[in-house]
Design a protein around this ligand. Structure first.
Ligand code: TRP
Length: 331
């Protein structure tokens, strides 16, 4: 039994890549760990400072999580901005973080390049806020991808620095939780190896998408005029389609098209049609649940209230002890 924290920035609807990369594995984690899965709406202000549909995007993540089977009675599901202790801890951590080390973070440098007119301090202190998210529950495991490894390394630095400075052993070091073989990478439809939102609309298949849209997207996925030699190795964009097929379709289907490919008899149109129908079959029950949850305000309210209370219980315990350690004593 470990304490696990993971956050996701609310940027819109979730796609197959989100599901197989993370959410599906959260379902297992929630069974025998103390899990906190939250929606990082504070963080989203570093890149999306306008309130345009912020609430809608938070709600979108929440209903996707619930539709996928995250259980509010097992895991703690909450919204970052509903847990103001996070902001307090963030403030305190910032007193102990150096400008130089924050400026050297790769994600900061990249974001500064991407949005030169808005290099806000929130971008700079992204790692201290993320550290606060994790250590507010004194978590030890953080399921995140490669792009977040440096942030976790910083979190360990902050934790160790804090413990040393106050001569305590208060915060445990958080480590990335690696799903290992359970991690299924979903390729994009545009030939890139990763399905993602930032790669553009046509790259990803979203759970809420209409079957017609899904068919159209898959039919337009990148292919070529077909192999010319027997048993030819597949170019990446074709391998991608086969990889999707492996996740979405039956082994027989994969074998059939693989044979066709090796015999130079493959018709990509047929493969795509089959893939589209299998994706639609997979996605449809989720879409139906998402739609039902979207309109069930009373239930969502109950879920968020319950999650906030559980998160608050854990966070306030940490903050009470922390205030004592720092020397903020009550009169
Ligand atoms: N930075 C993470 C991302 O972009 C989101 C995040 C914020 C997070 N706080 C976190 C992830 C705490 C894990 C733990 O993916």
């Amino acid at each position: 039994m470990e304490t696990i924290v993971s956050g996701i920035r609310p940027t819109g609807n979730l796609h197959l890549g989100n599901h197989f990369g993370a959410i599906r594995n959260f379902l297992k984690l929630q069974e025998d760990n103390d899990c906190y899965f939250f929606i990082a709406d504070y963080h989203s202000l570093t890149t999306h400072p306008k309130p345009q549909d912020l609430h809608g995007n938070v709600k979108r993540v929440l209903v996707h999580y619930l539709a996928a089977g995250l259980d509010p009675d097992k895991a703690t599901l909450y919204v970052q901005s509903q847990l103001p202790e996070t902001a307090e801890l963030y403030l305190l951590l910032n007193m102990n973080a150096y400008l130089g080390e924050l400026q050297r973070v790769a994600s900061f440098k990249e974001k500064a390049r991407q949005q030169p007119d808005n290099i806000n301090v929130g971008l700079l202190t992204y790692p201290t806020l993320m550290t606060a998210d994790v250590i507010i529950h004194r978590a030890t495991k953080v399921p995140v991808g490669k792009d977040q490894q440096q942030h976790l390394e910083m979190a360990r630095n902050f934790v160790n620095r804090f413990n040393r400075m106050y001569e305590v052993d208060f915060f445990p070091e958080p480590f990335a939780y690696n799903f290992g073989e359970d991690l299924i990478k979903i390729p994009g439809l545009d030939g890139s190896t990763k399905m993602g939102k930032s790669e553009g609309e046509a790259n990803a298949i979203y759970f809420v998408e209409d079957p017609k849209v899904i068919r159209k997207k898959i039919m337009r996925a990148v292919t070529d005029s077909g192999p010319t030699e027997m048993n030819q190795t597949k170019p990446q964009y074709i391998e991608n389609l086969f990889n999707l097929l492996r996740v979405m379709s039956s082994p027989d289907t994969v074998e059939y098209f693989d044979d066709q490919y090796n015999k130079c008899e493959i018709r990509y149109g047929d493969l795509k049609k089959q893939l589209a129908e299998d994706v639609i079959k997979f996605v449809t029950p989720y879409r139906e649940k998402i739609e039902a949850l979207w309109n069930d305000e009373a239930y969502l309210q109950k879920v968020v209230k319950q999650g906030t209370e559980k998160a608050h219980a854990s966070a306030s315990k940490t903050m009470n002890e922390l205030r004592k350690i720092i020397g903020f004593l009550p009169f």
